[in-house]
Design a protein around this ligand. Structure first.
Ligand code: PXP
Length: 238
């Protein structure tokens, strides 16, 4: 059954708007777990615009599900990851000026560097995923580099409408099958919400969906525990 990873970066966004101590993403991770989150995702950005080092080390001690650390493939992040030992890591591309992660990794131009990077993390028994666009060549490079998982970028699917969205959904379905055939576990995420999630959740062998913005936005109206519970029920009622 497809599981739900809840991204709590936006809780930290609100805290950092005032550079104060509340709301605390660590407390909200607890509520997300009560609502049925199967894992907690945080993106430690190079510029520390939302999640802070303090958050990830506290989360490591407090959460009862799994910790998914999203990070860029830099030496600084490698060092932090090896100290933190999250359950898994999702490597994402990162540009300082972007509002959120805009596209998938470009694996082709970094094969050698990423092979060493992924090998280094695997030595610490951390499962490692590549955030990629749902393209055949990116899937093949993910396998070659040694990732265990891929996370397919659903941002384009989320933005499109009608037949164009249908075509993008077919691309994601094909990419899921192709990755599965190569032995990769498939996650997906970005831009998923209460209206568009069901078609992605019902793809055969879809392992986990990582969702942040829509769940935190709905939490403003109904509270985080309930907004997570509602999303979980959409994902698991296929
Ligand atoms: N997956 C990855 C790799 C991401 O970078 C993000 C955004 O932080 C998400 C999933 C969640 O996207 P959204 O906040 O649009 O649900």
């Amino acid at each position: 059954m497809t599981t739900l990873g809840v991204n709590i970066d936006h809780i930290a966004n609100v805290r950092q708007a005032r550079k104060t101590i509340e709301p605390d993403p660590v407390q909200f991770a607890f509520l997300a777990e009560l609502g049925g989150a199967d894992s907690i995702t945080v993106h430690l950005r190079e510029d520390r615009r939302h999640i802070q080092d303090r958050d990830i080390f506290l989360l490591r001690k407090t959460i009862k599900t799994k910790l998914n650390l999203e990070m860029a493939a830099t030496e600084e992040m490698l060092e932090i990851a090896k100290k933190l030992l999250p359950d898994y890591i999702t490597l994402v591309p990162e540009k300082r000026e972007e509002v959120t992660t805009e596209g998938g990794l470009n694996l082709k131009s970094n094969v050698k560097y990423l092979k060493d990077f992924v090998g280094n993390l695997k030595d610490s028994n951390i499962e490692i995923s590549a955030f990629i666009d749902p393209f055949s060549d990116q899937i093949k490079y993910s396998k070659e580099i040694g990732f265990n998982f891929v996370e397919l970028h659903t941002g384009k699917y989320s933005e499109l409408k009608g037949y164009d969205q249908y075509k993008e959904l077919q691309r994601i379905i094909e990419a899921t099958h192709e990755a599965n055939d190569l032995g990769l576990v498939v996650n997906a995420g970005h831009g998923l919400n209460y209206f568009n999630v069901k078609k992605i959740a019902s793809i055969n062998n879809m392992n986990e969906l990582n969702i942040g913005h829509s769940i935190v936005a709905r939490a403003l109206a109904v509270g985080l525990e309930k907004s997570v519970r509602e999303m979980k029920s959409l994902i698991t009622s296929n």
